[in-house]
Design a protein around this ligand. Structure first.
Ligand SMILES: [Zn+2]
Length: 383
């Protein structure tokens, strides 16, 4: 798709609707620094909104709720369908976005907002903020339902239990895919997987990621999730591979819904998710390469725990071109990564020639949880 968008600017040769029917174009950060574009028509918007509304309803949202919307606004492909879903259900939307903790506190105190949509990592960040700022636990405020999306984590039992305890609220997850639809799955109050919400719009399948073979949909089946759009005007993707590894259940849920349920258990590639933004380590390398000749262009991204979820700030090791500390370079790099990739980063500068070179494809991720590599033992230029 990316190659096609370059060869046939800007929306690729797979654009299936006349260009003048396009009403919105989202972009997502790419592997090469060039964003990838996702177009929708008026009809596609209605389809997206319908699926998002079903997903929000499944996570427990009802007309009497007041919702703090604390997912990133604008860039995040899911924002518009999510806010439309809240209003379609008839609940009250309080749009705030990320990075504005004070207005969230004010909305809880003054509006008694009782529902919040956010990423799991932002919920944890807010917990610390609220404790420091007020000396109280979030559970002493008004939020009783949390809708987590845009990154996995909400489905991991330890993460879920911590957030639910801190906030005195029930956490339900939702999931979609930037290229297919921002919200396709929503978890019900039973909390045993996210229900499929795209019945007449999308055909989901599960395949063996190695062989590509289709697996029978039955309780406990695992594999890579793929989607076929059957009611999409702009880009009717067929058997689109998500790289999401899921476990699925097909038996009837005790909530009464009969739709298939899934839980996302990992990713097949290097993609990271930082504060809800999809990020490939190669995109970080592209930003750093722009600083040549002050850097060698060699980078590594450090991971404290298995991906794809990376805790902000993203830790990036960068090789300087000179053995001495180059004054502002560290800060300039941090600012450039933040500006171009929309994620906070902590840059660690190391002297030139420190990182091992490879003829093969360089592994840009350093999995610290598997052990610290030799070259990293000596520490950075600034100690
Ligand atoms: Zn259910």
């Amino acid at each position: 798709m990316r190659k096609s968008q370059i060869a046939y600017p800007a929306l690729g040769d797979y654009l299936a609707a006349p260009r003048d029917k396009t009403i919105r174009i989202h972009s997502s950060s790419g592997t090469t620094g060039r964003p990838s574009f996702v177009a929708i028509t008026r009809h596609d918007r209605e389809v997206w909104n319908e699926m998002a509304s079903r997903a929000y309803y499944a996570t427990g949202l009802r007309p009497h709720n007041t919702v703090i919307f604390a997912l990133s606004i604008g860039f995040f492909v899911g924002e518009l369908p999510s806010s439309a879903a809240v209003e379609t259900i008839g609940a009250t939307l309080v749009p705030i976005g990320t990075g504005a903790s004070e207005p969230i506190l004010a909305s809880m105190e003054n509006l008694k907002a009782d529902y919040m949509a956010c990423t799991p990592s932002y919920a944890n960040y807010l917990t610390e903020y609220i404790r420091e700022r007020t000396g109280k636990d979030p559970s002493q405020f008004s939020i009783r339902g949390i809708h987590c999306g845009a990154e996995p984590g909400g489905g991991i039992p330890s993460v879920r239990q911590k957030i639910e305890k801190d906030w005195g609220a029930r956490l339900c997850e939702a999931m979609g895919n930037a290229d297919m639809a921002p919200l396709i799955w929503g978890e019900c109050e039973v909390q045993e997987g996210m229900h499929f919400c795209g019945q007449e719009f999308i055909i989901p399948e599960i395949i063996d990621p190695e062989t590509g073979e289709r697996k029978e949909l039955e309780d406990g089946v695992t594999g890579e999730l793929i989607y076929t759009a059957i009611d999409r005007e702009s880009s009717a993707l067929l058997r689109f591979r998500t790289r999401d590894h899921v476990i699925a259940w097909t038996s009837r849920c005790s909530c009464g819904r009969t739709s298939m349920r899934i839980c996302c258990i990992g990713r097949t590639d290097d993609m990271l998710i930082v504060l809800g933004v999809n990020l490939f380590p190669s995109a970080v390398r592209d930003v750093v390469s722009g600083f040549a000749p002050r850097t060698t262009g060699e980078i590594r991204v450090l991971l404290d725990q298995p991906g794809p979820l990376a805790q902000p700030p993203l830790k990036v090791v960068v090789e300087a071109a000179e053995p001495e500390n180059d004054g502002n370079l560290k800060r300039e790099l941090e600012e450039a990564i933040r500006a171009k990739l929309i994620v906070p980063a902590k840059v660690i500068m190391v002297p030139p020639g420190v990182m091992p070179r490879s003829e093969m494809k360089t592994q840009l991720l350093v999995k610290l949880y598997e052990g610290k590599p030799e070259w990293l033992q000596s520490g950075g230029l600034d100690g």
